[in-house]
Write a protein that binds this ligand. Structure first.
Ligand SMILES: [Zn+2]
Ligand SMILES: [Zn+2]
Ligand SMILES: [Zn+2]
Length: 253
């Protein structure tokens, strides 16, 4: 199999599904010594996974990715576009909600199964790297920043009025070093089990996709309400430096 990093260097960059600018290709560690070329748009705070790519991402690859996100966390941010286009076939990506133990998140899938686009925040929820904020933390945040973005759906949340997202009802969550540590350990164990035997067909994924279609209709209605709002803080980014410091300390020990 050709080295994906070398292939990425030779092929033109994929267009960001949201802003259509060329995405940055980043080679990160996959399972069994493989390399995966991820495509990131730092302006949109989003990343594209070709079909199955996120499953091949190893814990080491996730650490690589954290380093990249941390290096670009102060980049200028572009609000997400209304219609996402698949960087492979240009078809409109279908928006949907996925549920995991630590919360819910939005993801945008190509109907031709080329892959999916997710915001960094959604990816963090998906991988279990977040914890819910406590009531005192929300009160403290409300003192300092009035509005933050929901890590799940991107809606602005006025912290003086709401302690959860009024649109998608997600709890306010934060990147958490302890959650990252636990999740990386879980992924390591799961990778070892996966290496030991074949994967079952992804039934859960199919069920989630059915649920998502229902959610999408509701979301379309909600979207109108917060279109155009910006200049707010991104809650997930608050914990990024802290997590990166912890990962750096772990690498040195
Ligand atoms: Zn973009
Ligand atoms: Zn496609
Ligand atoms: Zn929300």
């Amino acid at each position: 199999m050709p080295d994906p990093a070398a292939v990425a260097a030779l092929t033109p960059p994929l267009a960001c599904p949201s802003c259509r600018a060329p995405m940055a290709s980043r080679a990160v560690a996959g399972h069994n010594g493989a390399t995966i070329a991820l495509d990131l748009c730092h302006a949109c705070r989003g990343l594209w996974f070709d079909e199955g790519e996120s499953l091949r991402l190893s814990p080491e690859g996730i650490v690589d990715l954290f380093g990249d996100l941390n290096a670009h966390k102060d980049d200028a941010q572009t609000p997400l576009g209304r219609a996402m286009a698949c960087p492979r076939c240009r078809r409109t990506l279908a928006e949907g909600v996925d549920l995991v133990r630590t919360g819910r998140y939005f993801t945008y899938r190509c109907p031709q199964r080329h892959g999916r686009f997710a915001t960094f925040a959604a990816f963090m929820v998906e991988k279990g790297f977040v914890r819910q904020l406590t009531a005192p933390e929300i009160a403290d945040l409300a003192e300092r920043v009035r509005i933050i973005h929901c890590g799940s759906c991107g809606a602005p949340i006025d912290l003086r009025q709401h302690d959860a997202c009024p649109y998608c009802h997600s709890a306010l969550s934060l990147l958490d070093p302890k959650a990252v540590q636990q999740a990386l350990a879980d992924y390591q164990a799961r990778a070892q089990r996966a290496a030991a035997g074949p994967r079952a067909p992804d039934l859960a994924d199919a069920l989630i996709r059915m649920e998502k279609d229902r959610e999408r209709v509701r979301r379309e209605e909600q979207k109108e309400r917060w279109q155009g709002v910006r200049d707010t803080d991104d809650l997930w980014a608050v914990g990024l430096s802290q997590v990166w410091d912890w990962l750096g300390a772990r690498a040195k020990s």
